[in-house]
Design a protein around this ligand. Structure first.
Ligand code: FVH
Length: 297
């Protein structure tokens, strides 16, 4: 049996789908766990597994060394901890937020005498407590807090420290999730194209996986190299002029198949704008050049 007396006392505020999964992982690893949820009934499942259910956030925080928040959004963090004494506590906020919210929350915690780490969870609840699922959390903020509690933080999922700037975890989180939505948009458009035909979606699925894996890896690495070197033209295989010329085929195919092109058109519009700004200058570029348009260069 695990000796819970030597384990860090964790308190968890927020027992939605993700909070409950996190709590279950800490309980399974033998950590004394105090939980609180705005709707008290949701604490029942973890209480039955050994957690102590606190009557309010102040009581939960008082019972722990490490305070973890997994709430809906930044304003729910503000509301839950309003008036709670955080002096000497270590706060880890796993609530999804923006980089500015992470930085403001860090200053807010520091003003209340607490150390602070912000986190961005790169996993869905079934991946929590399952190391082979590959889920992890980006952390940023106090390096001392991260070093001291790293082992505890690694119980539910892997832990990756992105820097002392408390906004960096959210920035990495949102960057990866934004890329994911772009991918979802492309996949949705591809399925829509075959929807009216005698092609089974399950036959397209492995083709999409293979193609996107290869092209995604190639573009991610290639664009990083070009952004760092500033060289957008050396060794370009499929240049902007060629790709922009081909966009008409994609738009006509969408029309032929009765599919709205609204998910792919914005990217094509960026190609058109970059080329229009200087066909000779930009035609031979890699599409990594479009990134500059997004940041107003
Ligand atoms: N679930 C997922 O797939 C994603 C994976 C990546 C990370 N996200 C983020 O994790 C945060 C929590 O997500 P969740 O899945 O646990 O979300 P819900 O099941 O909707 O639970 C929300 C909890 O927040 C509580 N809450 C909401 N508003 C307030 C408030 N004003 N004061 C105090 N607590 C509040 C809510 O309480 P209740 O409705 O049960 O009373 C839940 O405990 C989130 O940032 C995701 O983006 C999850």
């Amino acid at each position: 049996m695990t000796d819970t007396r030597t384990k860090t006392r964790v308190c968890l505020l927020g027992l939605g789908a993700m909070g409950t999964a996190l709590g279950r992982a800490w309980l399974a690893a033998g950590h004394p766990l105090t939980v609180w949820n705005r709707t008290p009934a949701k604490a029942g499942a973890l209480a039955a597994e050994g957690a102590s259910a606190a009557a309010d956030p102040a009581a939960a925080v008082a019972a722990a060394d490490l305070v973890v928040l997994c709430l809906l959004d930044d304003s729910s963090v503000e509301q839950a901890l309003d008036g709670v004494d955080l002096t000497g506590k270590d706060l880890v906020n796993l609530t999804t937020g923006t980089p500015a919210e992470g930085r403001a929350r860090a200053a807010w915690a520091q003003a209340r005498g607490a150390r602070f780490l912000d986190g961005g969870i790169m996993a869905v609840p079934p991946m929590i407590g399952v190391p082979e699922a590959g889920g992890y959390v980006f952390y940023s903020g106090s390096p001392e807090l991260f070093a001291e509690h790293r082992e505890v933080l690694e119980v539910p999922a892997g832990a990756r420290f992105t820097g002392a700037d408390p906004g960096f975890a959210a920035l990495h989180d949102v960057a990866l999730l934004s890329a994911m939505y772009g991918l979802f948009a492309g996949i949705s458009h591809a399925y829509a194209l075959i929807r009216a035909e005698d092609i089974a979606p399950k036959d397209l699925a492995p083709l999409l996986t293979e193609w996107l894996g290869a092209m995604g890896a190639r573009f991610a690495a290639g664009a990083a190299e070009r952004l760092e070197s500033g060289d957008l033209t050396t060794g370009v295989v499929s240049d902007l002029a060629m790709q922009a010329a081909g966009t008409g085929t994609f738009l006509r195919t969408a029309e032929e198949q009765g599919v709205s092109a609204e998910l792919i058109r914005p990217y094509f519009e960026l190609m058109r704008r970059r080329l229009a700004a200087g066909p000779a200058e930009h035609g031979g570029e890699d599409t990594a050049g479009l990134i500059d348009l997004l940041v107003g260069r």
